[in-house]
Design a protein around this ligand. Structure first.
Ligand code: HEC
Length: 163
């Protein structure tokens, strides 16, 4: 009797062990397949994020010179959010280390918006544009020159304040 109990216990242990091995192998397979899917998932590159930054940079200008402070505030935050995304998603790009170069100018823009000062805004915007270009220069993209926009970035948005 003792022997039978011992034997069935041993079988139980062995079969449980096998079950665990199978489960582990199955889980590993799932992890591998998820990892493969994750590696292949679409992720915007730095250049694509930069095109978003460029659009918000242009809209920010027209919001500011039209003294549309709520819109200017929105656009400068959009630039900040895109910069956060760049830091999060472009970890493979060493250039991103220098992205903080635009922080002081962003700070001056926020201050100008708070003060509702067009003069301060224009100066801060020039500083921001220079800092975009300084980062491009520092990172072998000096051929990519950002300017103060000379024309509206879009035709279907109102930049003057009010409804
Ligand atoms: C990290 C420093 C850095 C800062 C700060 C920076 N850029 Fe860039 N930018 C780059 C790099 C690097 C590239 C090249 C990306 C690539 O290889 O696709 C680039 C590319 C671009 C492009 C090219 C996209 C295209 O295909 O035409 C534009 C436009 C751009 N940046 C606009 C801006 C603007 C506007 C600012 C400032 C508000 C700015 N950048 C600030 C580093 C920076």
């Amino acid at each position: 009797m003792k022997m039978i109990i011992l034997l069935s216990f041993a079988i139980l242990v062995v079969s449980c062990g096998q079950g665990n091995d199978n489960d582990t192998a199955k889980l590993q397979q799932q992890v591998d397949s998820l990892q493969k899917q994750l590696n292949g998932a679409y992720r915007p590159g730095l250049g694509e994020f930069m095109m978003g930054v460029q659009e918000h940079h242009a809209k920010l200008w027209f919001a500011g010179i039209n003294q549309n402070w709520p819109l200017a505030d929105f656009e400068v935050h959009e630039i900040g959010e895109t910069v956060d995304d760049i830091k999060k998603y472009c970890t493979d790009r060493p250039e991103v280390k220098s992205i903080g170069i635009i922080d002081p100018a962003i700070g001056s823009i926020n201050a100008a918006i708070k003060q509702k000062s067009t003069e301060q805004f224009k100066k801060a915007f020039t500083d921001l544009t220079n800092s975009c270009n300084n980062c491009h220069k520092d990172n072998q993209h000096g051929f990519n020159v950002i300017t103060i926009p000379s024309g509206l970035p879009v035709e279907n948005q109102k930049f003057k304040p009010g409804k």
